[in-house]
Design a protein. Structure first.
Length: 230
């Protein structure tokens, strides 16, 4: 056998080994199966503090075509509008849960969803939200615009038990679970309102989330914001 054939045979052998290792390394167990299943509708309280769900009109936070895309990515979605009984202020909450947080089904971030609906992302910055437990939650702050509609947005993503804001962070969290032979689940939580004042709105978002977490049992709170030190 000449040198060229030997090299070709080695290349083929290495390719076969690579595919075999990749197949063996691919996790098959789902992290979601290791803990009780909870629906988003039961996870997020319908009333807390001065806030209560407004059921007078249906909530449509995304266009029908975007809703179809999200329904393929997620196992469970939730859209609600809350009204403050004292001030009349309104907060829109959207949550989406996927039991398989792998490459093809990673959370569809608002930076993609909003422009797909005609919005322009005017501002984007990372921040933190002080949870009732005292542990800060990393969040992403966006300011979206479409015509006269100005929408400040605060969101975060939980992969398994890790808060992961960006695509690379989600991938890193995914790899950590893969090394344990697990496929993590993922939850995206977004709150927003209609207001031209970004800073005032972000402060309102923080107060809303803090009160919501305070009204949520500790056993369920980690489903919303991850586990401290995870």
């Amino acid at each position: 056998m000449n040198t060229t054939r030997v090299r070709a045979a080695l290349v083929v052998a290495l390719m076969v080994m690579s595919f075999a290792v990749a197949a063996a390394w691919r996790p098959t167990a789902h992290w979601a199966d290791t803990r009780p299943k909870v629906s988003l509708a039961s996870l997020f309280p319908t009333s807390f503090g001065d806030w209560a769900v407004d059921d007078r009109q249906p909530v449509q936070l995304v266009s029908p075509d975007q809703a179809a895309v999200l329904n393929k990515l997620y196992n469970d979605t939730l859209s609600r509008t809350y009204v403050n009984k004292q001030t009349g202020q309104r907060i829109m909450l959207s949550a989406a849960y996927g039991g398989d947080q792998s490459d093809a089904t990673r959370a569809h971030l608002p930076e993609l969803c909003y422009p797909a609906q005609g919005f322009q992302i005017v501002s984007k910055r990372t921040g933190s939200l002080q949870a009732s437990s005292g542990e800060p939650i990393p969040v992403q702050r966006l300011f979206a615009k479409m015509g006269s509609r100005l929408e400040p947005i605060t969101y975060w993503v939980v992969v398994g038990e890790h808060v992961a804001l960006t695509g690379p962070q989600q991938k890193l969290a995914q790899l950590k679970y893969s090394m344990r032979g697990m496929i993590p689940d993922g939850t995206l939580v977004r709150v927003s309102n209609i207001d031209a004042d970004m800073d005032k709105s972000f402060a309102l978002h923080d107060t809303f989330v803090q009160q919501m977490l305070s009204a949520t049992p500790a056993a369920l709170r980690s489903r919303m914001v991850g586990k401290a030190g995870a």
